[in-house]
Design a protein around this ligand. Structure first.
Ligand code: ADP
Ligand code: MG
Length: 319
């Protein structure tokens, strides 16, 4: 069987990549076909030392490899049937989401500071561990913390709130602090291995954008920032699809996002979701402990709002 007929699954299957180039690519974080397909020739050449024309060929091959993988409608149906759901702790919010947070999907919670994004992430890390008849998947969670706002104390409290053993719940959450955007992306690459071995059904990135914003401020860095963020989201989407896990990301935006019109990070979901469908939920503060959730551009969900509460025991329906 010639190389052309062989299915391209791995970067070493790409035509024109010898062992040396493959090694260089992997060492520099280009561990997947997707990562290469979304790279620019300049970037690839600069990072790996591969000559520009070769880099161009490699990227072209990676793009072709991605595009020729058709799926049948039947396959899509089977994939949908594998989608599972995790309860948020609030019936109203679950209903808004069509039954809870979905696996195989990136769900983005965006909103201003204090709108409850991190609370929702904590709650989901607990709830994914619940038995299925209580809205969980009896599985573990990964929590990528970029802002240092993860609190085990809060997990303990929420575990008690749903009647699970707090120590067991805390042992089933793998926490890591991402120190910069590069680290954040490397962690996600690492997860492709980890998810093979572990029964993990939720991956949280809280927040997905903060490092990228801090490291690439202003208009002049917009293109670079967006390119890296795209690649990161793309990897997360792939993770969601390959392992049928729920990926939950947060994104802090100002109360009036129109102030940032044209800032692509205010629209992290949407068109950049390549493999996995994205769901975007806007969270807003309301009176007291109440929060309002609104679904934004989700073709399969009805438009609407849900009110929930952040209580001592976690996310609940509002009184
Ligand atoms: P962000 O959207 O910035 O991530 P958070 O998810 O951190 O916001 O939400 C913070 C809010 O959650 C606090 O202002 C408070 O209202 C609520 N909260 C946090 N911890 C508790 C708790 N132990 N008991 C009740 N409410 C809490
Ligand atoms: Mg937060």
């Amino acid at each position: 069987m010639g190389k052309k007929d062989k299915e391209i699954r791995d970067i070493t299957d790409l035509p024109g990549i010898g062992p040396n180039s493959a090694q260089k690519l992997i060492e520099n974080g280009y561990t997947s076909i997707e990562a290469i397909a979304v790279a620019t020739p300049h970037e690839l050449s600069q990072v790996t030392g591969i000559p520009l024309p070769t880099a161009q060929k490699i990227i072209q091959a990676a793009r072709e490899a991605l595009e020729i993988r058709f799926k049948t409608a039947k396959e899509l149906k089977m994939e949908r049937m594998n989608v599972r759901k995790i309860t948020t702790g609030s019936k109203a919010l679950d209903e808004l989401l069509g039954g809870g947070i979905e696996t195989r999907t990136i769900t983005e919670f965006f909103g201003e500071f204090g709108s409850g994004k991190t609370q929702v992430c904590h709650q989901l890390s607990v709830n994914v561990q619940l038995p299925e008849d209580q809205g969980g998947l009896e599985a573990k969670a990964v929590y990528i913390d970029t802002e240092g706002t993860f609190r085990w104390e809060r997990i303990e409290q929420m575990a008690k709130g749903v009647g699970l053993d707090p120590d067991t719940v805390m042992e089933n959450i793998y926490w890591i602090r991402a120190i910069n955007s590069h680290h954040q992306m490397a962690i996600v690459d690492q997860l492709f291995d980890m998810l093979k071995r572990e029964n993990i059904k939720l991956v949280v990135v809280d927040s997905v954008t903060s490092h990228f914003r801090a490291e690439f401020p202003g208009r002049e860095n917009l293109a670079m920032r967006q390119q890296l963020l795209n690649r990161h989201l793309h990897q997360l989407g792939r993770l969601a699809e390959i392992y049928n896990v729920a990926v939950v990301i947060t994104n802090q935006v100002m109360a009036r996002p129109n102030v940032f019109y044209g800032d692509p990070t205010t629209a992290v979901g949407g068109h950049v979701m390549y493999h996995a469908p994205g769901v975007r939920i806007q969270l807003k503060k309301s009176r007291g402990n109440k929060r309002i959730a609104r679904v934004v551009d989700a073709p399969h969900l009805p438009e609407g709002e849900a009110v929930f509460a952040v209580t001592e025991w976690g996310i609940r329906d509002a009184e």
